[in-house]
Structures are given as C-alpha cells and as structure tokens.
Design a protein around this ligand. Structure first.
Ligand code: IPE
Ligand code: IPE
Ligand code: MG
Ligand code: MG
Ligand code: MG
Length: 338
C-alpha cells in the first residue's frame, strides 16, 4: 500500500512542480535568456533529485485514508505535494551558510553550493511560495465536492500558521541562537533545559508534522458526503494536531541521535553537525539511550491514543486498513536510519 501511495505521490509532485515551478518554454524570452531559464528550472528541481523519506506526505495521505478511504487518499495528493515543497524549502534554507552551512543534502550537493548563496535563497523562496500555489489550486481535490473552498481556506490557514513565525520559523530562530541558548541552558537544571529543548523541536519540526496530520484528517473527512458535527470535528483536529506534535518531536529527537551515531554517507547529509554547531539536542540533555527511549515512547503512545478515539466516540469510524498501515509506518520511524 505504502509503495503504491508513494509512487502516486511522486508522480503528482513531479506534475505540480512542472506546472507551477518552471519557466515555460516558448516564451519570447526563451531565445535571449535560454541559459538563465535552463538554470533557474534546474535549480528548482535540484533539491528533489535526491529523493527524501516522504514522511510528512505519506503520513498525510494515510490519515486521509483513515477518514476518507481510497477517495480521501486520491483527493489529497496535491495537498501532500504542497507540504513536501514547503518542507524542501525549509531544508534549502536550513543548509545555507547563514544557517547550518551544509554542503550535502539527500546525498546531493546542496543548492547553494551549486548555484551560489543568493540563488539558493531564491530557490527556497520559490518552493515556499509554490506550496501555496499548489494548495490553493488543489488540483487533485475534485471541484464538484461540496465545501471544497471551505476546505482549502482551512488548509491554507493551518499550513501558514505551522510554517510561519508561530511555528517553524520560531523553532529555527531559537535553533540558530544555538550557542547562547545552549550556554544559557547549561546553567539551568535538566527540567528547564528540557522545556527550552521542547519549545525548539516542537516548533521547528513538530508544527509541520501537526499541520500534515490535521490537513490529512480534513482532506479525508471532506471527501465524504457528510462531515462530523462541529464538536467532533474540533475534537479530531485537536487530537491529530497533538499526535503530529508528538511524532514531530520524536522524529527530531531521532534525527539528533542519528546525527551523532551515523555517517554522512548513510544519512545523505553531514553528520556530527549538532555537536560542532553547539545545538541544544536531546542527546546533549539526556544522552543517546534516554533520548531514544523518550522518542520511542512518544511513537508508541499514538497507537493507544488512536484506539481510544474511536472507542470514546462511536460516531467516528477509522478505516482499519489505513490506520494499521499508519501505525506501522510511524513505528518504523523508531529504527529509521536514513
Ligand atoms: C529533515 O527532515 C529535517 C528534520 C526535521 C529532521 P527529513 O529527515 O524528513 O528529510 P528528508 O525529506 O527525508 O530529506
Ligand atoms: C531542521 O533541523 C529542521 C527544519 C525546520 C529544516 P536540522 O537542522 O536538525 O535538520 P537537518 O539535520 O539539517 O536535516
Ligand atoms: Mg537546522
Ligand atoms: Mg540542519
Ligand atoms: Mg539534524
């Protein structure tokens, strides 16, 4: 199921990128500016060439399947592509010399090492912008579905909050205040260090996961003929937001562990960066074993919580084949290597 779903997703992503993120041929400029047009087109496709694990779009699609079955998944591909574009933007900018200064990403040279820092910045800008274009066009969501516009407005609102300054940007802001935060937190007790750490990780990584989860939920629900009543809808949105925060936090903790335990070849990105850049990570606060256990508990918690949702509320039906697949997919994150 996951392989088919990811293959369909990649086809959609390719289609969205070619439609919305390329300068069209046959423009008048083509003859005089062809070298630059070739360059800008290639630069925008480059960060996708090395693949990526597709954790956020896959989670989104499986959650859409839990609530909307096959239709829910089929309708959600564009939304998942928007998420992957915004995530890829965050990596392009995260790697810039003024941020983490990384030369390797997804097993490939980073965008700025090929095209220069300024153009790397611009590629990131475009990928963030195009995410909104894809989301607002929402090509895979059928136009005839009632409340489609209502859905799209909600998606844009959830998405922009997650990646803006109340979400990912806030987390990245704190993250690059690294040495000051790390120095300050050395003087704090473990509990206070943990609060600072959680704020960073929940914002820089958790919020985009949370948005992916809630957006998958909404796409699934809006694919059905009737929506749950307002109270149930709000309840589900809250639950899936919290699931996403938990998984995002666990995912970032495991990323921090892998940064210290794996080679650059295996990770496809430079290992050992967090230590050399004095980042405040779970490994620094808890050590590898306790950090791993903490992340595993967060991931394991989801299974029970998902069960409770449908037990507590009989009006909510989860499609078992998708929810089993989702739990299985999330559990694999515990032992992921790259
Ligand atoms: C990297 O995300 C940034 C983090 C939040 C740890 P991923 O590990 O999902 O990166 P790709 O998409 O697989 O390259
Ligand atoms: C990045 O965290 C989180 C983002 C919002 C991009 P990291 O800086 O740990 O991600 P990697 O290790 O470079 O992928
Ligand atoms: Mg970073
Ligand atoms: Mg980084
Ligand atoms: Mg990292």
């Amino acid at each position: 199921l996951i392989e088919t779903l990811q293959a369909c997703f990649l086809k959609n992503l390719q289609h969205e990128l070619l439609t919305h993120c390329q300068i069209a041929k046959n423009t008048e400029d083509e003859t005089v500016l062809s070298d630059y047009i070739k360059e800008i087109n290639l630069a925008h496709l480059h960060p996708f060439q090395g693949g990526g694990k597709l954790v956020r779009p896959t989670s989104l699609l499986l959650i859409a399947g839990c609530f909307g079955g096959l239709d829910g998944v089929a309708h959600s591909y564009s939304v998942a592509s928007a998420i992957e574009c915004a995530h890829t933007y965050s990596l392009v900018h995260d790697d810039l010399p003024c941020m983490d200064n990384d030369s390797l990403r997804r097993g490939q040279p980073t965008v700025h090492t090929i095209y220069g820092d300024s153009k790397g910045l611009l590629v990131g800008d475009s990928l963030l912008t195009v995410a909104f274009k894809i989301l607002s066009s929402c090509q895979s969501f059928p136009k005839k579905i009632p409340l489609r516009s209502d859905l799209i407005i909600q998606l844009i609102s959830i998405f922009s909050e997650a990646i803006g300054m109340q979400g990912m940007v806030f987390g990245q802001w704190l993250d690059i205040s690294e040495s000051e935060i790390a120095d300050q937190s050395l003087n704090q007790n473990e509990k206070d260090q943990w609060i600072i750490f959680q704020t960073i990780h929940k914002n820089k990584t958790g919020k985009l996961f949370a948005a992916s989860f809630v957006m998958g939920l909404l796409c699934g629900l809006y694919s059905k003929e009737t929506l749950p009543d307002y109270q149930n809808l709000e309840f589900l949105k809250k639950e899936f937001f919290n699931f996403g925060i938990d998984i995002g936090l666990a995912f970032q903790i495991i990323d921090d562990i892998l940064d210290t335990t794996q080679s650059s070849e295996i990770l496809g990105k430079t290992s050992g960066k967090d230590l050399s850049q004095q980042k405040l990570t779970a490994v620094k606060i808890l050590g590898i074993d306790r950090a791993q256990k903490y992340a595993e508990n967060l991931i394991d918690g989801i299974e029970n919580k998902m069960k409770l949702i449908s037990e507590k509320n009989t009006a909510i039906n989860l499609d078992a084949s998708y929810s089993d697949e989702l739990i299985c997919f999330l559990k694999k994150l515990k032992t992921r290597v790259s």
